[in-house]
Design a protein around this ligand. Structure first.
Ligand code: HMG
Ligand code: MG
Length: 297
């Protein structure tokens, strides 16, 4: 049988860089996105049009998009928190946006200054106007396996929020373990509960590797049927409003696992490791991934 394709959504330029203390020059961000696209990744999340007061590192979103050579056929989604963000994204000529909210009331208040229901009410017109403008709209639900402020998050809340964003017309809903507290059985139980309401082909998983369980969680969720996985080159990243949160599962470690399991990804693994080493050197630290460190010698 033909090998099955797993779509990797590369989030390094956004999730990876948003938490960097030192301002990364726009030129470096542009180079990173273009290098990632050259590796064969089908989706490279480019930046976010959030408030520059809340996330200063993403203040140059317009500049990054303006400088980018976009390849036809590839997708470069950007995070948008509200109508003001949508206006900025449209002015930059984006074709895809990603909305975001969380299954935790407490996290949402810290991250977007709104509770769950308020955030859904805020996002509905953003989705509506974006769709009317012909954009593709993705969505994130954060804190699906735990919250840094309230601890436990009910699976029923994850399901409710995922259903709500799917009903807005988001073609894909990415389930985020924002602080990397998940373990495989819990992750699968959560995924299956959501998939009962939002079909599995519309779901993605987004694991941060704070406690070293991200790849195990991905494997369990693949076995449960998910076919879209978010990852960050070099394992860069973390959410600025989730203290101690480290980066996503590293894209190169994920690709190694997927190819070993017989899946295809379209990604050139050697080239990707080069990018991981390059961006890590730019940021002045070794790559967080296993693979980029091995091949470095
Ligand atoms: P707010 O302060 O309540 O917003 O923030 P406001 O509407 O009251 O506006 C206040 C000021 O912000 C105004 O300016 C607005 O113009 C400005 P002033 O009049 O004071 O000069 N403003 C904006 N400026 C530029 N672009 C905008 C924008 N919106 C307002 N879009 C808001 C509410 C949602 C805007 C803010 O809380 C925010 O930007 N939060 C984003 C935080 C963030 O980016 N977090 C990281 C991304 S989420 C994540 O990483 C998780 C994920 O990876 C999945 C996972 O791991 O779980 C996706
Ligand atoms: Mg994230």
């Amino acid at each position: 049988s033909t090998p099955e394709f797993i779509k990797i959504v590369e989030v390094g330029p956004r999730d990876g860089l948003q938490n960097e203390k030192q301002l990364v020059p726009a030129a470096t961000k542009i180079a990173l996105i273009e290098k990632l696209a050259a590796c064969g990744l089908p989706v490279v999340e480019a930046t976010s049009f959030v408030s520059p007061k809340w996330v200063p590192q993403m203040a140059d979103a317009g500049e990054v998009l303006a400088g980018l050579q976009r390849r036809p056929g590839l997708s470069y989604p950007v995070l948008v928190p509200n109508l003001q963000g949508l206006e900025r994204a449209l002015a930059a000529g984006v074709q895809e946006i990603a909305l975001f909210t969380a299954a935790s009331e407490a996290f949402n208040r810290k991250n977007i200054n709104a509770g769950i229901d308020e955030s859904l009410a805020r996002l509905a017109p953003v989705a509506e106007q974006a769709l009317a403008q012909g954009l593709k709209v993705r969505a994130y639900v954060s804190t699906v396996l735990g919250c840094p402020y309230q601890g436990e998050v009910a699976v029923s809340e994850v399901v409710r929020v995922a259903k709500a964003v799917a009903a807005m017309g988001c073609y894909e809903v990415s389930l985020g373990d924002t602080i990397g507290v998940g373990t495989p059985k819990k992750a699968v139980a959560m995924l299956k509960a959501v998939a009962a309401e939002v079909p599995m082909p519309r779901l993605a998983v987004h694991f941060h590797d704070t406690r070293g369980t991200a790849l195990a969680n991905v494997y369990a969720c693949l076995e449960a049927g998910v076919r879209v996985v978010d990852a960050s080159v070099g394992g860069l990243g973390g959410c600025p409003y989730a203290k101690g949160a480290t980066g996503n599962v590293a894209t190169e470690d994920l690709v190694y696992l997927l190819h070993g399991l017989g899946y295809t990804t379209g990604v050139d693994l050697e080239a990707l490791c080069e990018v991981a080493r390059w961006i890590s050197a730019e940021l002045g630290r070794p790559p967080a991934s296993r693979l980029a460190r091995i091949t470095a010698n």
